[in-house]
Every structure is written in C-alpha cells, then in structure tokens.
Ligand binder design. Structure first.
Ligand SMILES: NC(=O)c1ccc[n+]([C@@H]2O[C@H](COP(=O)([O-])OP(=O)(O)OC[C@H]3O[C@@H](n4cnc5c(N)ncnc54)[C@H](OP(=O)(O)O)[C@@H]3O)[C@@H](O)[C@H]2O)c1
Length: 304
C-alpha cells in the first residue's frame, strides 16, 4: 500500500519531533517545512522543505501528495516579551497560516484537512471558571490577542473547503524540553518553590497523550475546536509539590512572590501566573482515551 504523506510545520520543535516520530511509526511519509536551512534533511520518508512565512517564501514541492497538514509553527512565547518579540510571536503564527492558505488557493491544491496547534491561553485568567470550548469571553491581553488571531487565521481555510481543527494545548509535559525541565531545575537543587500565590490552575498534558490526540483527530477526521489538556488540571502549588515528591526533594522555601517574577521575567511572567482550568470532556466524549489522567503518574513516567 502506498504511504500517505502528511505535511508538518514546526516539526522540529518539542511537539513536532514527537509527532513526527509517531507519524513515521504509523507508516506515513512526513514532509515538513522549516525556517532553518540547517534543519532540512531529505530521507526516504522524511523530507524537509524551506519556507519563510514573513517573506512569503515556500517550496511548493512540500505539498506533493499531501491531503492533511499538522500546523505547529510559531515563535516561542517563552522569551522576554519585548515589542519585537511580541510582534514575532503573533506574526509567525498568522503569517505561517496565511502562506499555507495562499499556496493552497493559488495552486488549487487538494488539501482536505488542517489540524493546528492553538493554546489554552485563549481563555482569560481565572481561578474559578472551568473552561469548555464554547466559552466566548475574552480580554485585550497579549496572549488572548495572539491566540484569537491564530484561530482566526485558521478559520479562513474553511472558505477553501478545507476542514479545520484547533487543538487548544495546555502546558506540555516532556522530559527534555518545555516547562517541566525548567520547573525541575531549582527543585532538584533544593531551591524549588511555588510561583506567586500558587493557587493558579495549570492545565497540563503528557507529550505522549498530545501526540495520540493529534493522531486521533487525524484518524477520525474531527473538526472544530478541542481542548488538548489532561482531565485533571492542578494548581501550581500542587504541581510543584508533586514534582518535588517524584524527585524526592524537600520544598523548604516560601512561594516566589509575584513582583519578583515580574522583575525577573517582565510581562512574560503571565505564562507562569495566569490561571486556566480547562476541561477535557469534549475530546473524551469523542472517544479519546488519555493514558495520563492524573499528574503524579505522568510525572513518574517522565522523570523516572
Ligand atoms: N509546549 C507547550 O507547552 C505548548 C503549549 C501550548 C501551545 N503550544 C503551541 O504548540 C506549538 C508547538 O509547540 P512546541 O512546544 O513544539 O514549540 P517549539 O518547540 O518552540 O517549536 C515551534 C517550531 O516553530 C517553528 N518556528 C519558530 N519560529 C518561527 C517563525 N518565526 N516562523 C515560522 N516557524 C517558526 C520552529 O521550527 P523551524 O525552526 O524548523 O522553522 C520551531 O521548531 C506552538 O505553536 C506552541 O505555541 C505549545
């Protein structure tokens, strides 16, 4: 049987690398777009193509045989939010989607489905709400503006008859990259502490479950918006406590006050201090089974 080809943007990042591995294991051929020429390789079932969404440059051969796109591209939000960083966090996401859109339109490409990363940062900071996908409220904060525009750009594919799926991803827990190693560092070295009040809700997901969730959406051709978070979000103090427990380290220090985090990280401290308690029911009702429902076993798996 001929292998089906998937196109992945942001394939070289934390989520992308894990997703590529699964796609190859499942027998797909992977084409990927990278903004870094040094990251482009061409193997039998894994081929890289260059693009530069800011400059409207794309190697159109990336679409050969492609009916489905996984879109993960975007400049990292874990950097100081200077004005230029903010501009690039937003435009890297909207430009990437705009370039895919114009390429499909101009070349009348037979793409049927685009499955894109989005983020739980679309939901306003709240310690009491429990967010389902239907929630409509918003505010003018930077994160909300970015994620709203990102999902807005995704919706434009509907006019091309391309099915769209937005996965509102929570904090991705991975042993090598992303939030977990950053939180683990100080705890390992005996100066771990909860951040701010510690009461903020953090909606997490184990990297393996996130990859399975992307594959599930692909297989069952789900469209629309889905939260991509484990069914049991925790408060920040609980996350810190459980990481310390799994690492077998004591937590001796008081919480790091919010103003210190603001001084250290600037406005970007929002990613540690905002509270989003997000509901996983919609994807579960569609039949998806999480392997990691509770945080402690997820941490044991990742840290062991
Ligand atoms: N990790 C999380 O906890 C988390 C949580 C919520 C949402 N998400 C979202 O999920 C997606 C994947 O996350 P991740 O953690 O895998 O991110 P990541 O490790 O930062 O990787 C993102 C990829 O995007 C590409 N990229 C970077 N700057 C770009 C630019 N200016 N224009 C186009 N592409 C650019 C890079 O690929 P090349 O260098 O090959 O071009 C990079 O490998 C991101 O969009 C992220 O916002 C992640």
């Amino acid at each position: 049987m001929m292998r089906k080809t998937l196109l992945i943007t942001g394939a070289t990042g934390l989520v992308g690398k894990a997703l590529v591995k699964q796609c190859l294991a499942d027998g797909y051929t992977v084409h990927y777009l990278s903004t870094q020429k040094s990251k482009i390789v061409s193997l039998t079932n894994y081929k890289g193509f260059y693009w530069n969404p800011q400059q409207n440059i794309i190697d159109i051969a990336c679409f050969d045989g492609v009916e489905v796109i996984f879109n993960l591209a975007g400049a990292s939000i874990a950097q100081r939010w200077t004005n230029s960083a903010k501009a690039s966090i937003l435009s890297s996401r909207t430009d990437a989607l705009a370039l895919l859109h114009s390429s499909i339109e101009k070349n009348r490409l037979p793409v049927k489905h685009i499955i894109s990363a989005s983020a739980v940062g679309i939901y306003p900071d709240s310690k009491t709400r429990y967010y389902e996908e239907l929630f409509q409220g918003t505010d003018a904060s930077f994160l909300r503006t970015v994620v709203k525009s990102w999902e807005g750009s995704l919706k434009t594919f509907q006019s091309l008859d391309v099915k769209t799926t937005a996965l509102r991803i929570g904090i991705v827990l991975d042993s090598q990259e992303g939030a977990l190693p950053k939180i683990m560092g100080p705890i390992k070295n005996y100066f771990g502490a909860a951040l701010g009040s510690g009461d903020q809700w953090q909606s997490w997901i184990h990297i393996d479950d996130l990859v399975s969730l992307f594959m599930f959406v692909l297989e069952f051709k789900l469209d629309g918006v889905y939260n991509a978070v484990a069914p049991n979000p925790v408060q920040q103090k609980e996350l810190t406590k459980l990481i310390a427990k799994v690492l077998q380290r004591p937590l001796m220090l008081p919480n790091v006050p919010e103003f210190i985090l603001r001084l250290m990280l600037g406005e970007m401290c929002a990613i540690a201090l905002e509270s989003q308690r997000v509901c996983a029911s919609k994807i579960q009702d569609a039949g998806f089974k999480f392997n990691y429902i509770e945080l402690e076993p997820a941490l044991e798996d990742l840290i062991a």
